[in-house]
Write a protein that binds this ligand. Sequence first.
Ligand code: FDA
Length: 505
Amino acid sequence: LRKRKARRVTRRNKNKKNPDEGISKKDDVPFNGKFFQSIISVLRFNSSTTPKPFLILTPLEESHVQTAVICSRNHGIQMKVRSGGHDFEGLSYVSDVPFIIVDLFNLHEINLDLENKLAWVQSGATTGELYYKIAEKSNILGFPASVCTTVGVGGLISGGGYGAMFRKYGTSGDNVIDARIVDVHGRILNRKSMGEGLFWAIRGGGGGSYGIVLSWKIILVTVPPTVTVFRVDRTLAEGATSLVRKWQDIAHRLPQELAIFVSIGVANATPKDEKTVRATFTSLFLGDAKKLKIVMKETFPELGLKNSDFIEMRWIQSVLFLDNLPTNSSIDILRGRSTVKSYFKGKSDYVRQPISHTGLELMWERLLNDELTGMNLTPYGGKMSEIAESETPFPHRSGILFKILYFAAWNEKQDASSEEYISRLRKMYEFMTPYVSQSPREAYVNYRDLDLGQTSKNGTASYSQAKIWGTKYFKGNFDRLVYVKTKVDPDNFFRNEQSIPSVAF
Ligand code: FDA
């Protein structure tokens, strides 16, 4: 079996044209960095000064991961773990100290148990692969994971993981019932042998702190054979401000089966030489169009949806729709792992009180001055409000109206430097202070943001240093995360620029 799998992987890798896989760097051997470059998805980290890893290890089986942990621990070398490589700050492949990368992309098996509505999924699978596998076998099962289908299951579940069904079913981490992890001693543990403390910590405490999660046992959730989606744009002239104002009041109170996301960006107005703010309302409803029309008429008639805006489809097609992939294409597209590469920086906030009409107008003013910045608003409520903050480390539950993702995306051809774009994004974040959650100002750990603080170069931080970003990501759960970390990895082997510290109590 092992030989067959190795042959399969070699064949796939040949097709992928990744000839540099597993290359090592020694001082006397020129580092052929093509493969390394291919895994860097945030291009601001793809520069001649970006430190190169000594080795990129691409395990074919679980025991390779165990060996990697034991060897790098014996050699005292920093290890970075990569599943889908979507980390906003490149924490799975960038390091200031000598390091190796363990890239799990070959460990992407998915085993479904449809009868019991369960599955084991390896961390190296993408959510697209997972959705594909489920849809291949069932029209009425799904999994609540990311909107973007190239995100890795490993990093996603480690930080919670939200998607279009999370108002109905909670985060991805809420739907995990077992896991297999390689611990600091190189042992493979499952839920029973790792204990409830560690099992709690790995379902939202952020990747890279506790061990390498090999696979997750997940609960498959029920989806109807027909779901309904819509996507409509509204500019300022079409009442975008009042619509976003109203959306804030209702989005978190809508039926759990319905999620309406809003993307805010700058677009061309009419006449063409003027700019306007455009709000795009994108929705998934777990039900048919007839029901959704009634809900929208009762709760949000101002959006002015036409009959033709409501599109019925299979759940798996809605996955393509929400990820901006053509819905008439084959679902095979979900098996591709190619990630969009861009110059990018993101930051996040949570909102507990609606932002006033005037506040929104001031936000638009800033966006119009800086058209490369955008915002995505994700509605909370529903099941998210029913789960206690301490149930998993992911604490953003009851009382949250919506989450904001701020992002700046640019390319090499733009006139300003990367620092300039990042600085504009930081100013936007600063500007938003009065409108968002306070004490702590909450942030989503899966939208890693090193502006919130980071460990020193050797990967250590005191409890009080780490508490600064730790309470933003985890609120009151931070202390329990530190406690578990100290117990399972007292020497802080698994670490990154924002990992949970181990401390002496
Ligand atoms: P990556 O491999 O970079 O890992 C992220 C972190 O987890 C790193 O610190 C890494 O070391 C650690 N890690 C990875 N695998 C591990 C393992 N097996 N065991 C232990 N630690 C591990 N989020 C969301 O909730 N919903 C969404 O819809 C989206 N959409 C989205 C779109 C795009 C374009 C991007 C760039 C990001 C998102 N995200 C998101 C955020 C995403 O959830 C977050 O970046 C995840 O950490 C990515 O997981 P990957 O495995 O892809 O990243």
